[in-house]
Design a protein around this ligand. Structure first.
Ligand code: PHE
Ligand code: NA
Length: 454
């Protein structure tokens, strides 16, 4: 059995696939806005603190765990104890839930790639997006009809994912990552250079980075930093466990993990410069403040950006193309990793062939996505997203750390990854995983529960 298990073909392939999972919509539209909202440059302190105390330790824990068990999440946790197999399934379920709506957003991005040729989002992108494009009914209880262009894009994005994952770890995911990541980095670089050389961009960048240290004592900023770090590193989805289970025995897990974590942070900061440079330009062009144009998420990508693109002095079409292609590519390399977490678990647990497993997951995921491409779709998508934020991410990561710290032996994971690595994890890592991270995150979760019900 073990010989038949898929493997990465090279260290570079694994690192690129890991970065591919990590770098996603979170780097392009979530990080910059989080920073802006939370004291600008001063947010970097809580962010780096969260990265070092929780993000990287948990990333290395997930990687070291998969590298040790050489199995996907559920089977890995079964090796801890039969009692804990559910933890693995839980992270797989969260991954599946996320990918269902994540792919809908990629489908929008893909359609916007084509719209950029003619600036098809019209002179009023807001009305266009909610009106003609989504035909949004305003409620999950009023699904209305299917939006056929989005439906077709949804099929296309699922098919792309299907073929990449059906190709296998080395010939599918690794190969795609080797194309996607350089493509993404170069497109993003072009966007950023354009963004920061526009008139007014400095005001935007200042809003993004100028530190407001008076806010550093606010609790919310620190909680946001932890949430952002988990999301951005794709932690708590069984992804890093599955990806590391495909590493050859003598792989430098620790160094690879650290490289991926820093690459992700660099992507986020650089993308932030581009995003806020362009928002600054738009603010100036419209004679308003940066605060009036700064938004995040769906509104940033599909409304604010098209507005800004409309205002660009030269070849706005090309810029639109690069931006939406970046979103699409960043999204695809993340969706592939989410699906692979589910697929590898089905393969490991039900001895399905890879083809069968991907087919099942793709069909089910596609069917579940259909309500999200109706006129009420946006509202359904929001409900899914809310659900995941509460029951996924920090919650799963918290449980993982506790189970592996107290029902398993961290030394086993540590001793298995240290010898093959230039970098070593030691007592500090153990203290972080066992005490510091769970306490900080547990506190954050408590805070979330309180704010959910108040
Ligand atoms: N890490 C991705 C991002 O920053 C989001 C993501 C989360 C992707 C979980 C896959 C799994 O956008
Ligand atoms: Na990320």
């Amino acid at each position: 059995m073990e010989q038949n298990r898929d493997q990465w073909g090279s260290r570079l392939g694994f690192v690129l696939a890991t970065i591919g999972s990590a770098v996603g919509l979170g780097n392009i539209w979530r990080f910059s806005y989080m920073a802006y909202e939370n004291g600008g440059g001063a947010f970097l302190f809580p962010y780096i603190f969260a990265l070092l105390t929780a993000g990287i330790p948990l990333l290395l824990l997930e990687m070291g765990f998969g590298f040790f068990t050489r199995k996907s999440a559920p089977s890995s946790f079964r090796k801890v104890s039969k009692k804990f197999e559910w933890v693995g399934w839980w992270s797989v379920l969260v991954a599946f839930t996320v990918v269902v709506y994540y792919i809908v957003i990629i489908a929008w991005s893909l359609l916007f790639v084509f719209k950029s040729f003619s600036l098809g989002w019209t002179a009023n992108p807001e009305t266009y997006f909610f009106g003609e494009f989504l035909n949004f009914s305003g409620s999950a209880f009023n699904l209305g009809g299917i939006q056929w262009p989005i439906f077709i894009a949804l099929v296309a994005v699922w098919l792309i994912n299907y073929f990449i994952i059906a190709g296998g770890v080395q010939k599918g995911i690794e190969k795609a990552s080797k194309i996607f990541m350089p493509l993404l980095a170069s497109m993003l670089l072009i966007i950023v250079i354009r963004g920061i050389t526009l008139p007014g961009s400095m005001a935007g960048i200042k809003a993004f980075l100028a530190p407001d240290f008076s806010r550093i004592f606010e609790l919310g900023i620190w909680l946001d930093a932890f949430g952002q770090v988990f999301f951005t590193l794709s932690l708590g989805f069984g992804i890093m466990i599955a990806y590391s289970s495909y590493l050859p025995k003598k792989s430098d897990v620790i160094k690879n993990g650290v490289i991926a974590a820093f690459a992700d942070a660099i992507f986020a900061i650089i993308a932030g410069l581009g995003v806020f440079g362009i928002l600054g330009y738009m603010a100036q062009a419209q004679g308003v403040s940066v605060a009036e144009v700064a938004t995040s998420g769906i509104g940033l990508a599909f409304i604010a950006f098209p507005k800004a693109i409309n205002l660009l002095p030269a070849v706005p079409q090309l810029f639109g193309l690069f931006f939406f292609l970046s979103l699409t590519v960043a999204g695809l390399s993340s969706s592939v990793s989410l699906i692979e977490s589910v697929v590898s678990s089905l393969i490991d647990n039900f001895s399905l062939s890879r083809k069968k497993a991907v087919t099942m997951v793709s069909i089910l995921g596609f069917l579940m996505g259909i309500p999200m491409v109706t006129q009420g779709g946006l509202a359904i998508l929001d409900i899914f997203d809310h659900f995941v934020n509460i029951f996924g991410l920090l919650t799963v990561g918290f449980v993982e750390m506790l189970v592996l710290s107290y029902a398993f032996d961290l030394d086993k994971i540590k001793d298995n990854m240290n010898p093959s690595s230039d970098l070593q994890v030691g007592p500090i890592w153990k203290v972080l995983v066992k005490f510091v991270s769970p306490i900080l995150i547990g506190f954050g979760l408590l805070q979330n529960v309180v704010s959910e019900f108040s």
